[in-house]
Design a protein around this ligand. Structure first.
Ligand code: FE2
Ligand code: FE2
Ligand code: FE2
Length: 426
């Protein structure tokens, strides 16, 4: 990325990881707590610094592939019937992001059972040492949820976990668990560990080479988390990034602005992690309440992206993608006086992309239909200047959508999500 030296990709990465945990509608605080447990177990066992760092990063995003309420309800039982879909989805989301390849391997098998390895259901070569720690830490946190109202929750968790070594968990970790769980601090740290510092040191060790140029891959990763929540929009965020960047290029904006536009496109809908998937995926029209819940995503995008100063421009452009110059947009109904051309660009890129994508309730629109809708927005709602660029280069911009193929399709993997699979999770 040109001229972007001032952006700290590490800071941005950590701030987004923390947001995923804090605003995650499906599994709030789970990632942070599992990270604290995993880190303590790994330290107690004497895992090397490099492995510990990898474990911390994997723990902090391990359930990004989980989508539905029914899935959450499954994962929050001590024995998960079918963890495959969310493990496969998590691995897909991370696919192709080289520095996170090790983390991807851990996430792919973070529910691995010792017995499944013994019986040959899982190939031992596919299991990393860190997988065992993550699985154990994850189940410990589920135990804290299950026994929250018990008079001796920690005792109950220990009784529940103990017989599972040699069956669900690696037997070598039994002693580590007993020693760690014996201390009150172990439990207290689930909520009191300085998450920021833990992530920072893990990122420094495991992703030491992360530079400004990597910001784009990581932004794409967070965009994928959102896109995966709906089968209909698997490439939406990526396409919006491509289109916004190209509009910037056609308008001769500086290189730095174009890069930021692309990232803002990747991240514009990040707030959807705070919206129930059942609303995002609903194939029929939303009722009034559902519609207002859906609209909150724009506000959440702003909140999530406001966590880091390096994201200020990106956050403003992305967070205002549903605003309109005549104050008819949402969430803040900002007007002409606070509008920036980059906001028009993201808004146009979003609408343009959405109109050309098929949705559960309609097919993709053809050029004339799409142009009619885009034309109506200008000049009152969005800038005339940006509209003329979109209109003059419609076909060129449309080819960018064709290039934006779905990533990591693993259609042959048993248990992988496929279009139309939704029903079994609802
Ligand atoms: Fe999981
Ligand atoms: Fe989990
Ligand atoms: Fe949106």
């Amino acid at each position: 990325m040109e001229n972007n030296k001032q952006i700290s990709s590490k800071g941005v990465f950590i701030s987004l990881v923390k947001s995923i945990d804090a605003y995650n509608w499906l599994l709030k605080d789970h990632h942070r707590r599992v990270t604290a447990f995993a880190y303590q177990l790994g330290s107690e066992y004497g895992l090397g610094a490099k492995r510990l760092a990898k474990l911390v990063i994997a723990a902090s995003i391990h359930d990004i592939g989980a989508i539905y309420v029914a899935e959450r309800d499954q994962l929050t039982k001590m024995d998960v019937d079918d963890p495959e879909p969310h493990q496969i989805n998590g691995a897909r989301i991370l696919r192709g992001i080289k520095p996170l390849e090790g983390v991807r391997r851990i996430i792919r098998r973070h529910h691995v059972r010792y017995e499944d390895m013994l019986t040959g259901q899982v190939n031992p070569a596919d299991i990393c040492e860190e997988c065992w720690f993550l699985h154990l830490a994850d189940r410990i946190d589920i135990g804290t949820l299950m026994f929250a109202d018990d008079s001796d929750p920690h005792g109950r968790i220990r009784e529940t976990i103990r017989p599972r070594f040699g069956r669900d968990f690696l037997p070598e970790l039994a002693g580590t668990f007993e020693r760690a769980a014996n201390s009150e601090e172990f439990w207290r740290n689930a909520d009191q560990t300085a998450y920021q510092e833990l992530l920072l040191s893990a990122v420094d060790t495991e992703l030491a080479d992360m530079g400004p140029a990597d910001l784009e891959s990581y932004a794409l990763l967070f965009g994928r988390i959102v896109d995966h929540k709906s089968h209909w929009t698997l490439t939406h965020s990526r396409s919006v990034g491509f289109v916004a960047e190209r509009i910037g290029e056609l308008m001769n904006l500086p290189g730095e602005t174009r890069s930021k536009l692309r990232i803002a496109g990747y991240l514009h809908d990040i707030g959807k992690i705070a919206v129930p998937a059942e609303i995002l995926e609903k194939p029929s029209p939303l009722d009034r309440t559902e519609y207002s819940t859906m609209q909150t995503h724009a506000l959440f995008s702003s909140l999530i992206l406001s966590g880091n100063d390096d994201l200020a421009d990106i956050g403003r452009w992305a967070g205002n993608h549903h605003e309109r110059r005549d104050r008819s947009g949402y969430p803040m109904k900002i007007g002409e006086d606070r509008f920036e051309t980059e906001m028009d660009i993201i808004a146009y890129a979003d609408i343009f992309t959405a109109l050309l994508e098929a949705r559960p309730y309609r097919a993709s629109l053809d050029k004339d239909e799409a142009m009619d809708i885009l034309r109506e927005l200008s000049p009152l709602k969005l800038s005339k200047e940006v509209f003329s660029v979109v209109s003059a280069h419609f076909d060129d911009l449309a080819t960018l959508l064709e290039e934006s193929e779905p990533f990591g399709t693993e259609e042959n993997v048993p248990g992988a999500f496929a279009r139309g699979d939704t029903a079994r999770y609802l």
